[in-house]
Ligand binder design. Structure first.
Ligand SMILES: Cc1ncc(COP(=O)(O)O)c(C=O)c1O
Length: 368
């Protein structure tokens, strides 16, 4: 059996170091807002290349707090619009609507799978305040044209980096490309905690301090509440573990890139389409999505041959029950991606035998 994501083996690689990090927290008797958080924030900000990092409880909160911070600063108001890819994970959209903002869904390109930057200008209205790009699957969603558009129209460039730890554009890491960025450290991410965790990175000192307060009940001073905040703090144990994992992130990403190169060379089946290959700097392969008109049959066939796969994602946001008001809308490229996408095993512990087994099964799949 080739597991989709073998978290047990991945964790075992540096288990002793994680145990030491957790033991340090236990011995300190200090479990929130302590030394481990401070250390991880400092190291992650340095890694990303921003002046500030605010550790929070999960990626959804990071997205929510980022937008909420701009609202508290008076830069965004209820009813304002945020441009966002139609084919993102639901969290990106939830963070926008939970802030009483309007997501303006823009199609991705079929080749790149990321927001179609050529369609962004047409989506801008007087109410547009920002563009939230999502580096989905670990692929870069930014290019210089997007930066110019945001500058030209005075829009905030925001990043959802939940799937792109370590990915970069011309040497600048995702998370430092725009005005502010949200990160998720969900256990299955390239940089994953032992539970939920997240962060915001930014060079904006005011935004950073507003978000820090918002994540702590809206408080800058104990028992004095400046904003209507939430409780969204990273545990000290998670911060300690993430600080260890951060040291291995680039090496892990390199292994993912090697596996991807192997897949690109050896997957040869006319029924299967591979996504456009990007330079390694631009893709940290959080997922390796492949596309097939007979996706469900392919998934079943792979399962019978011992290859685990997942679909990212079976239903696009505009067709979800929670957004009934958009169910009638049509986003053909998004819908095609969601109908055909299948993620094959991709991580830092897949052996060459396992990769070969996946390729053999993929190449022997025939039209049902
Ligand atoms: C693109 C994207 N955005 C946001 C999130 C939300 O992160 P979390 O699960 O940590 O809340 C995720 C991951 O789950 C994601 O994949």
């Amino acid at each position: 059996m080739v597991k989709f994501y073998d978290l047990q083996t991945i964790t075992a690689m540096h288990a002793d170091e994680y145990k030491e990090a957790v033991a340090r927290v236990i011995d300190s008797g200090w479990f929130l807002q302590g030394h481990a958080n401070l250390q991880f924030e400092t190291h992650y900000a340095k890694y990303i290349g921003t002046q500030h990092c605010i550790a929070v409880a999960n990626g959804l909160d990071a997205l929510y707090l980022l937008l909420c911070g701009y609202k508290e600063m008076g830069l965004i108001q209820d009813g304002d619009e945020i441009i966002v890819p139609a084919n993102t994970y639901i969290a990106t959209i939830l963070a926008i609507t939970r802030n009483h903002l309007v997501p303006v869904l823009v199609e991705p390109t079929w080749e790149h799978l990321e927001i179609d930057i050529d369609k962004i200008e047409a989506a801008i209205t007087p109410k547009t305040k920002g563009v939230m790009i999502v580096h989905l699957y670990g692929r870069i969603a930014y290019n210089d044209k997007l930066g110019e558009i945001c500058k030209k129209y005075g829009l905030k460039l925001l990043e959802d980096c939940a799937q792109s730890h370590g990915c970069a554009w011309k040497g600048i890491k995702t998370g430092a490309l725009g005005d502010a960025a949200a990160h998720s450290f969900y256990p299955g991410k390239n940089l994953g905690a032992f539970g939920d965790a997240g962060a915001v990175t930014t060079n904006d000192a005011e935004l950073a301090s507003v978000i820090r307060a918002l994540a702590n009940y809206g408080s800058e001073k104990k028992y004095v509440f400046k904003y209507v905040g939430i409780n969204s703090r990273m545990t000290e144990t998670d911060a300690g573990v993430l600080d260890v994992k951060l040291k291995y992130l680039d090496e892990d990403n390199r292994k993912r890139q090697e596996l991807a190169a192997y897949y690109y060379t050896h997957i040869q089946n006319p029924l299967i389409t591979l996504p456009k290959r990007l330079d390694d700097e631009n893709n940290v392969y959080h997922q390796f999505p492949i596309f097939c008109e007979h996706r469900d049959e392919l998934q079943e066939y792979l399962k019978e041959h011992g290859i685990e796969t997942l679909i990212h994602y079976p239903i696009p946001p505009h067709q979800q029950e929670c957004y009934k008001e958009w169910n009638h809308r049509s986003f053909p490229i998004t819908e095609k991606i969601h109908a055909q996408e299948l993620s094959i095993p991709m991580n830092q512990v897949i052996s060459s035998e396992e990769a070969q087994a996946a390729i053999t099964a993929l190449n022997s799949f025939k039209r049902p």
